[in-house]
Design a binder for this molecule. Structure first.
Ligand SMILES: *Cc1c(COP(=O)(O)O)cnc(C)c1O
Length: 430
């Protein structure tokens, strides 16, 4: 057993932590086996508790876009820590990162910082409801907006008219206000709006989805969404927790050239510390407490350490925008490498890629929504995941997760990754 120490640590963790992990996907339920435990990370590599070096393709699910333990960030944190770790009182630093974010992202005047992507999306929906004085929201199957009640909803039997809870603990009352549509299906959105006249506050979407693998919006779909929201006084919320400050300075709003009314951030904006944020124009943001009546708060929001890591990360991206192209080129190289290996096999596969997001699906059908993503063969995925892990490549442990490349990853690392896949295939293990 090559992950002996990790397995022992997992056994111990299970005695004291629910399920042994603090977030479910880490438990390897989708791929089987015990999770590896990490001791430290540097640049493009993770170092596990069994002393192995792994090439990391999840970058902490996105935040470590500059690579692990990026020195400007760790140095700034070291300096910040001696000034105290939390005050619950305003700091100049909060304004500095807010100003920078507002400058980098198109179409936003003001921002509010929270502690996670979940909080950002939850608060954005509350703000949209308060602003429009309407209750219902539309979300898309397969999009993830964090674990707040309003989003843990699946398509019900009458899929077009109402949703049902997809976790115990979410009430039917909450579920009735979340309406479900399929990604890339504008017609369905229009039908839902027609069936719920003057009741829909917001449509929330991952403008490029990363939680059913990487799924790209059709141009007509995303532009159509903008139009149909405008025509019906519905706010369009872009959940850019994944895509924000990853696809471009201005995230998917910039690359797709579609403007949202409220934008949610997380992951990269915290540079590896727990940060989320939501932003909009001044008119919408003025509805938020203390200026307006929509309540939202946080004891640790704007925490000086978190703001330091976020500020240095955003500043670096702002000063080096070539990073976005560099990441996209590396991702393209990885895509081509994987494709060159898989092309000559009998395995069905699809590779989706957008900027520095990529996913491999073991299916013949194009993956454009949750239904087509769910058709991927999970046995192939398990073999792929574990086969790569054994050779020192850490991929997302679920077919529904996107890869996130980081700037520390080298072309040599990508070559090694492709060679590992080639070996896997040649040995008949995939
Ligand atoms: C990760 C993610 C969230 C949730 O963010 P947390 O910080 O995990 O709460 C929300 N939306 C999207 C698109 C995400 O990828």
């Amino acid at each position: 057993m090559i992950y002996k120490r990790s397995s022992a640590l997992f056994d111990e963790a299970k005695r004291y932590i629910a399920g042994g992990v603090n977030s479910p996907v880490r438990a390897f339920n989708a791929v089987g086996g015990d999770p590896i435990f990490v001791n430290r990370a540097k640049g493009a590599y993770l170092y596990d508790e069994d002393g192995r070096e792994l090439i990391d393709y999840i970058s902490s699910w996105g935040p470590m876009i500059l690579g692990h333990a990026f020195e400007p960030v760790t140095e700034a944190l070291r300096e910040a820590i001696d000034k105290g770790t939390s005050y619950g009182i305003p700091t100049e630093l909060e304004t500095k990162i807010a100003k920078l974010a507002v400058e980098m992202v198109p179409n936003i005047d003001k921002i509010r910082f929270v502690n996670s992507g979940t909080e950002a999306c939850m608060s954005a929906v509350r703000l949209a409801r308060g602003y429009t004085k309407k209750d219902k929201i539309i979300k898309f199957s397969g999009c993830y907006h964090g674990h707040s009640d309003a989003f843990l909803i699946q398509a019900g039997s009458g899929a077009v008219t109402f949703g049902s809870p997809n976790s115990p603990g979410v009430t039917a009352g909450t579920a009735k206000d979340t309406l479900l549509a399929e990604y890339n299906n504008l017609l369905q959105v229009e039908e839902i709006i027609q069936a719920n006249p003057d009741q829909i506050a917001a449509v929330i979407i991952e403008p490029v989805a990363g939680n059913m693998g990487c799924v790209i919006p059709d141009e007509a779909f995303i532009r159509g969404l903008r139009k149909v929201c405008d025509e019906n006084e519905i706010l369009l919320i872009f959940d850019e927790v994944m895509t924000g400050f990853r696809l471009a300075k201005g995230g998917a709003q910039e690359t797709l050239d579609v403007k949202a009314d409220i934008v949610c951030f997380g992951k990269v904006i915290g540079g590896g510390l727990p940060v989320g944020a939501f932003a909009a124009n001044s008119k919408i943001m003025s509805h938020l407490a203390p200026e307006g009546p929509v309540y939202q708060a946080g004891t640790l929001s704007g925490n000086p350490l978190a703001m330091t890591a976020g500020y240095i990360t955003l500043k670096h991206l702002n000063e080096h925008p070539e990073i976005f192209d560099r990441l996209a080129k590396k991702t393209e190289t990885l895509h081509k490498g994987i494709e060159d290996v898989l092309r000559n096999q009998s395995l069905p596969y699809q590779i989706n890629r957008y900027g520095s997001m990529l996913s491999v699906h073991f299916t013949n059908e194009p993956v454009k929504d949750f239904v087509s993503s769910a058709k991927g063969n999970n046995q192939h995925f398990k073999n792929y995941f574990h086969g790569m892990l054994e050779q020192g490549v850490y991929l997302p442990p679920s077919a529904f997760e996107s890869y996130f490349l980081n700037d520390a990853l080298s072309y040599e690392d990508i070559d090694k990754t492709v060679e590992a896949l080639d070996k896997l295939v040649k040995n008949g293990k995939l």
